[in-house]
Design a binder for this molecule. Structure first.
Ligand SMILES: Nc1ncnc2c1ncn2[C@@H]1O[C@H](COP(=O)(O)OP(=O)(O)OP(=O)(O)O)[C@@H](O)[C@H]1O
Length: 254
């Protein structure tokens, strides 16, 4: 599935939060959405997910304008892993994963053996075998994050939107999560703060600054010392190791 964001702006009365953002994600690609705090990453993901209506411009998936799709069609085709996915409900891990299946069920909620078996399989992919009957409230931050990814994968979306998916995860699970997302082969737009992880896993990256796209392309073309200084205000050396871009940051001058 191809994602196309074309000239998207989103504004509140006091400010324009997204300013004519244009970017694409070819079918099956993993695109990193980078940028400092407050640059508009979450807002863009919410517009792409159809949760916010752009003030101008449009988002299409395989040519269909997201703003014109019915809610159920969006729920079937797009999964959003939000930054603070929380629930107060008294749910088990299996219940949460099964929530991902709701958009695909015809008329009434079913948790058939097939659905449950599939949910257990997805949980194994995120390293949570044996957690099926644990209560959501008892999970650690990283475990919750992985359950939410399992829910999103169980949804079998055409487009996966991830808002800082590696937040809360230890390094092993950060690498595992991005590897898993890559292997799933689903077109994915992921807001990431760790630029080295972005360089390691993303086909392309899009850099936002104050609501505008300031650079886009292959990580090695985009993540230059000049861009890191301009956009993130950091001094860094950029090298390559085993053919991958590696960023070494320098501590701020006293
Ligand atoms: N409803 C709103 N009303 C006013 N300002 C808003 C609203 N929603 C977002 N903003 C502002 O828009 C800017 C972009 O926010 P957004 O959450 O998209 O940034 P982000 O790049 O995801 O940041 P972070 O890296 O900190 O998560 C921020 O300055 C935020 O305060």
């Amino acid at each position: 599935m191809m994602l196309d964001v074309s000239g998207v702006s989103w504004a509140v009365p006091a400010a324009r939060i997204l300013d004519r953002v244009t970017c694409t994600a070819p079918a099956g690609s993993l695109v990193g959405l980078l940028g400092p705090n407050g640059s508009g990453k979450t807002t863009l993901l919410r517009v792409v997910a159809g949760l916010l209506r752009p003030t101008s411009g449009q988002v299409t998936i395989d040519g269909d304008a997201v703003a014109r799709l019915r809610r159920l069609a969006v729920a079937r085709r797009i999964a959003l892993l939000a930054q603070h996915a929380e629930t107060d409900l008294d749910l088990t891990v299996l219940d949460v994963v099964l929530l991902g299946r709701i958009p695909h069920q015809r008329s009434r909620w079913s948790d058939s053996d097939t659905e449950r078996a599939r949910a257990v399989e997805v949980l194994a992919h995120v390293d949570l075998t044996g957690f099926e009957h644990r209560k959501w409230q008892t999970l650690s931050g990283g475990e919750r994050q992985r359950v939410q990814l399992a829910r999103a994968l169980a949804q079998e979306p055409e487009l996966l939107l991830l808002d800082e998916p590696t937040n809360h995860l230890d390094i092993g699970h950060q690498l595992q999560l991005l590897h898993l997302v890559r292997r799933a082969g689903i077109t994915t737009l992921a807001a990431l703060h760790d630029l080295n992880l972005a360089a390691m896993f993303c086909d392309t990256v899009v850099v936002l600054d104050a609501g505008r796209v300031v650079a886009a392309g292959a990580p090695e073309q985009v993540l230059t010392p000049a861009l890191l200084a301009d956009v993130f205000g950091v001094e860094a050396e950029v090298g390559t190791h085993d053919g991958r871009t590696v960023i070494h940051y320098r501590p701020p001058a006293a």
